[in-house]
Unconditional design. Sequence first.
Length: 268
Amino acid sequence: MPSKYFDIAGYAVSVLHAPPSTLPGVVPALARGKRLVFLHGAGSTAAVWRRQLTHFAARHSPLAFDWPGHGRSSGTEALPSIPAYSDFTLALLDRLGLERAVLVGTSMGGVIALDVALRAPGRVEALVAASTAAKVSLPAEMVETWRSVMNGRSAQPFTPFGYGEGASTEILREGWELQVRTDPRVRYFDLVLAQKIDLRARVGEIRQPTLVVHGAQDPIIPASEGAALAEGIAAAQYVEIPRAGHFPYREAPEAFHAAVDAFLETLP
């Protein structure tokens, strides 16, 4: 999958996009189908979306990027707030010349997608919110684990936590490799930020077509929270993927793609 860097808000930002590639600093062609902008979760990287970038490139113009301080983008710290991440998303859309896009976000990225839709509705054609909630309440033990890792008091956890029973060993190993691409400090503060914002009183204002996708066995943000989010958004669709955990786009990509493909077909 082609990649390149763009200077956005003072950061060198790594962007993955569908082929063909372009010269350095030149925005790739984004005229095929829908413009899909994928937003990764806390302490993660755009590389988690590689299956989706490949799949949707056949009919659409997908791209994903690393937030500052994540993956291959510059910076050493998390951004200071969810609204700051939203502002950064809008700055990226500006740099790439995208007046409107379909935002596809997971976990913290899903919260950011919701926030962007509320703050700049004219820039969002539609939403796909995976493994997220209007108010995120993470397992206390999980947050404490990453605080301990950040402070050098324990090693990074390489466990199956977060996955459903259908996750293969290959998927687990892939997740652990992706996990170490971002500094634990960034991951910890992302987790803290994700819990500070509460959109429950406002999601009813969202008018964009919305698809909420959740793994039935998500131990981080329960599927009931995803269902509640869908109920709070007018005419939102809800799809629950059996045996998948917090990462349905990696654990069950075929089911995830089928749900998003069907949703995109409903858009004008």
